[in-house]
Write a protein of this length. Sequence first.
Length: 153
Amino acid sequence: MSDLIEPGAPAPEFSLATEDGGTFTNEDLKGQTTVLVFYPFAFSPVCTDQLQIYEEVADEFAKRDAKLYAVSTDATWSQTAFREKLGVSIPQLSDFEPKGATSKQLGTYFAPAGMTNRAIVVFGPDATVRWSYLAPSPGDLPGANLILEALDS
């Protein structure tokens, strides 16, 4: 696994699939604060809790002009079903093919299990990393307060 991207680093060129068949690239980071939340697998217990918790405080992210996206190596269909089942509004981005390419670039890929690690990367409006976090293990859930504190600092 590569090292987690550090604050101050510019966003590398990347492409993630959106639920509607489009692409989300490093260009989409520009002009807003963007929070990419990497999670291992749709429908897994900790991931379910994580997205539901973040949804509960969605207005806090909005107050800070931060746009939240969830990223995994699941296919877009799985992600859409997951989001709909949870009843959350957080847009899903797929790093499915080539598998984990963006996650590898950002240092959030967990090669032994072929999935994204549980990590968070916050980009400023200039597409530069403002803050990054890698959970001690995929089973550890980073609380929303962790992200909100990072956005406030």
